[in-house]
Design a protein around this ligand. Structure first.
Ligand SMILES: [Mn+2]
Length: 397
């Protein structure tokens, strides 16, 4: 029994408008080619397969081909929904519902918690937990975010227990979840700051019936295990590099194998050589402009980071001109010499958070608008609240 465990593909994610179309599906192509050669029983996608609930048609089409090519070769596909494509409430339809409607054998979309079965394997699934889905307003009177998180934790663990009790055979049990664990490492640019994200502790997942815990959500590859039963708790990380915070991370997926009659899996990380490349040119002093790795810049989304004593704006300007011509994509400049998060020159893509962008915008407007000047703080507060609503569970804020 062999399973490929991948997560956070974020298909349809547009890193930089100037990036070439060839990168769009480079990582999915790699996964597909690998799966067709290795012939696992199941490809398990632990959430955030798509970057949006309703991805563009060409992205839907490419994934449909993936489904066709794998199922034609007898490979099952198990899709857990993450915060990027999952329904924030029960009624909301999502693009992936198409696959449930088609009832393709050995293709399962788990948008609800439950015990699923594929090719004999028991899969207990916990999609990204939306507050609205888990806690009915009339049922609980929630005083604070902490209390809500605690309640959600209880609901999830109770449900997992319930589904584990329903397992009626001796086949391996896999628990798959799209959620962060409190012991896990969050990538430096994966913004979780605004959303009071729910995390779960690895020690709470120590169910002895479970053989492997297939996680998704954290974009950095990491292998943890439960304290008592030593069950592997594995994040393959995102299949692609999505931002500069992942510049030095290895990208790929896990191949997990259960040999006949055993419940202890062997795991191997398969590295994806086609993940996009990011390159930060750190300029601490003026001479650092001579140490640019131009081969790397040619293949990479490249940015300049100003640090410490860098001063010479003339040198900087000519370096920018050259990078605009010769790098794969020139993403801009971050100025970390002054207060944290202040940016130099043009504000670059995702160089500041949406919250900071609102504050910056309002400060700018306040200069010649008395009303905004007076109500700046209130507007910022309300806008932040709206952002929280809109992006509930998203990493984009
Ligand atoms: Mn996620």
């Amino acid at each position: 029994m062999k399973i490929i465990h991948t997560a956070d593909l974020h298909l349809g994610f547009n890193a930089y408008p100037k990036e070439g179309a060839e990168q769009r599906f480079a990582s999915l192509n790699f996964l597909e080619d690998y799966a067709l050669k290795s012939k696992p029983d199941i490809v398990l996608i632990a959430g955030d397969l798509f970057d949006r609930r309703d991805p563009p048609s060409f992205v839907q089409e490419r994934f449909a081909l993936f489904v066709k090519n794998l199922t034609k070769n007898g490979i099952g596909i198990f899709i857990l929904t993450g915060n990027h494509e999952g329904p924030p409430n029960k009624e909301r339809r999502i693009h992936l519902d198409v696959y449930s409607a088609l009832e393709i054998p050995n293709v399962i979309v788990a948008r609800k918690m439950g015990l699923y079965k594929m090719k004999g394997v028991n899969i207990v699934a916990v999609p990204y937990p939306y507050k609205k889905n888990l806690l009915a307003k009339d049922k609980y009177k929630i005083e604070s975010e902490e209390e809500a998180a605690k309640l959600m934790n209880e609901v999830i663990l109770k449900s997992v227990k319930k589904y584990l009790e329903k397992v009626s055979d001796k086949n391996p049990v896999i628990l798959t979840m799209h959620i962060g664990v409190s012991e896990g490492k969050v990538g430096s640019e994966q913004y979780l700051a605004l959303t009071n994200e729910l995390t779960i502790s690895v020690s709470d997942l120590d169910f002895e019936e479970v053989s492997y815990i297939a996680m998704g959500h954290l974009h950095e590859m990491q292998m943890l295990s439960t304290p008592r039963n030593n069950i592997p708790v594995v994040y393959p990380g995102s299949l692609e590099r999505l931002n500069f915070g992942e510049e030095n991370n290895k990208k790929g997926f896990f191949e997990v194998e259960f040999s006949e009659g055993t419940h202890t899996p062997s795991m191997e990380f398969v590295e994806n050589p086609f993940a996009r490349s990011f390159y930060t040119i750190n300029l601490r002093k003026d001479e650092d402009t001579e140490n640019v790795d131009w081969n790397k810049a040619k293949k990479s989304i490249t940015r300049i980071k100003l640090l410490e004593d860098f001063e010479n704006e003339e040198i900087l300007k000519s370096l920018i001109e050259k990078l605009k011509k010769e790098s794969y994509v020139f993403a801009g400049i971050t100025d970390s010499r002054r207060e944290k998060d202040e940016t130099a020159f043009a504000v670059t893509h995702r160089a500041i958070s949406p919250k900071q962008a609102i504050e910056k915008y309002l400060s700018e407007k306040a200069k010649n608008n008395e009303f905004i000047k007076k109500e700046k703080e209130k507007i910022a507060e309300v806008s932040t609240e709206i952002l929280k609503e809109v992006f509930e569970g998203s990493e984009e804020v």
